[in-house]
Ligand binder design. Structure first.
Ligand SMILES: [Zn+2]
Ligand SMILES: [Zn+2]
Ligand SMILES: [Zn+2]
Length: 134
């Protein structure tokens, strides 16, 4: 864990290590609330959000908008750098257990844009039922 922080030139703190640990142990994308549920530490709200921002800016995690407006966070698989994310995978939201997972190996199909529009990134969330709930 600490290595990831050092590699990205982020100062190692207990809060950062803890948030990173929770993110790495989670199989699905998680929200701020889940982080608070899973920690035994007393984490300050502002600090947690700032840490998540830092991690996202550094290409460690990416965020996924959820339908209820809550941001979810998940680890980046490979090739993400500072301010340069390459998370072109599909996200799947299970309507039964309400978990969102990264389908790292499913690419977002390319979209044909009208002339003059330039795509930077796109997010695709597929709603349905996951294998565990079927
Ligand atoms: Zn990324
Ligand atoms: Zn499910
Ligand atoms: Zn993802």
């Amino acid at each position: 864990m600490e290595e990831i922080l050092r590699e990205k030139n982020i100062k190692v703190t207990d809060t950062r290590k803890e948030i990173l640990r929770i993110l790495s142990e989670s199989k699905s994308a998680i929200s701020y609330n889940t982080i608070q549920e899973k920690t035994a530490l007393k984490l300050d709200k502002v600090t947690v959000y700032r840490t998540l921002d830092t991690f996202e800016n550094k290409g460690i995690i990416h965020s996924i908008p959820s339908e209820d407006g809550i941001k979810l966070y998940s680890f980046c698989k490979d090739d993400c750098h500072d301010h340069d994310h390459d998370d072109n995978h599909v996200h799947f939201n299970c309507e039964m257990c309400n978990t969102t997972v990264c389908l790292y190996h499913v690419d977002i199909p390319s979209v044909e844009l009208p002339k003059g529009y330039y795509m930077h990134s796109s997010k695709l969330i597929v709603n349905g039922i996951c294998p565990e709930c079927r």
